[in-house]
Design a protein around this ligand. Structure first.
Ligand SMILES: [Fe+2]
Length: 230
């Protein structure tokens, strides 16, 4: 794992999607207690479970959108005391998971003191919930943007260069094609952009340490419109 802040870590894992190596990232937040929140879990290898548990007990396992749920069950088995929270739509998709709650626009009481959240509306394909970790002023997103850069595989770099989404936080074609309610999506984005974050952690590509807010705003200019009141 890589530590980004005194209470924030990431763990990266290989992942192929439609033939491209895009990788996947889990984010680990240490809440007071300490209690750990696992965001978008990657495979629960024995080594990673040991490394995570060395930081504290896992209390929450979060599947933050309709795509990032594959390893929630593995972690739930490895950490049976943890509660599983999922994006809307996943309870139906994953009846095998023992779910404690469905994520909403309001943070759960267990983490509300440290983390804020927004359910991105108007894009039911993903139903992504985006988080803001206040102590580190970090935005924790999943597929809201990709950040494919020099550390990615050559073919992945090429594809993202061709689609003009290389080297910065950028939405993918999925948002372009499948946002169903633009004004609802825009309102959610505007709420996200109200948070004073600098660092952005996404599930695919690099962590954006500085300027992430501006990059995200630029990437979504097509939906935010030209001028935003700030
Ligand atoms: Fe993803």
């Amino acid at each position: 794992m890589q530590q980004l802040h005194s209470d924030l870590w990431i763990a990266d894992s290989p992942l192929r999607f439609v033939g491209l190596e895009i990788g996947a990232r889990m984010t680990v937040v240490r809440l007071p207690g300490p209690k750990l929140l696992l965001h978008s879990p990657v495979a629960a290898t024995a080594e990673l479970v040991r490394e995570v548990e060395a930081l504290g007990p896992v209390s929450y396992i979060v599947a933050p959108n309709r795509f990032h749920h594959l390893f929630a069950g593995e972690w739930s088995q490895a950490c049976p005391e943890a509660s599983v929270y999922v994006a809307p739509g996943l309870a139906e998709k994953r009846p095998d998971l023992e779910i404690s709650g469905v994520l909403t626009d309001e943070p759960e009481p267990g983490w509300a003191g440290t983390i804020d959240q927004v359910l991105v509306s108007g894009f039911p394909l993903a139903n992504e919930v985006v988080f803001y970790h206040r102590p580190s002023t970090t935005l924790i997103a999943t597929d809201l943007a990709f950040n494919i850069g020099s550390s990615s595989a050559p073919l992945t770099r090429l594809v993202f260069r061709l689609s003009r989404a290389y080297g910065r936080l950028s939405p993918t074609l999925l948002e372009r094609l499948f946002v169903r309610d633009r004004s609802a999506f825009r309102r959610s984005l505007e709420r996200i952009l109200e948070w004073p974050f600098e660092r952005v952690v996404v599930a695919h590509g690099e962590v954006s340490e500085v300027g992430g807010r501006e990059e995200l705003e630029r990437g979504y200019a097509w939906i935010l419109g030209g001028v935003r009141a700030t």
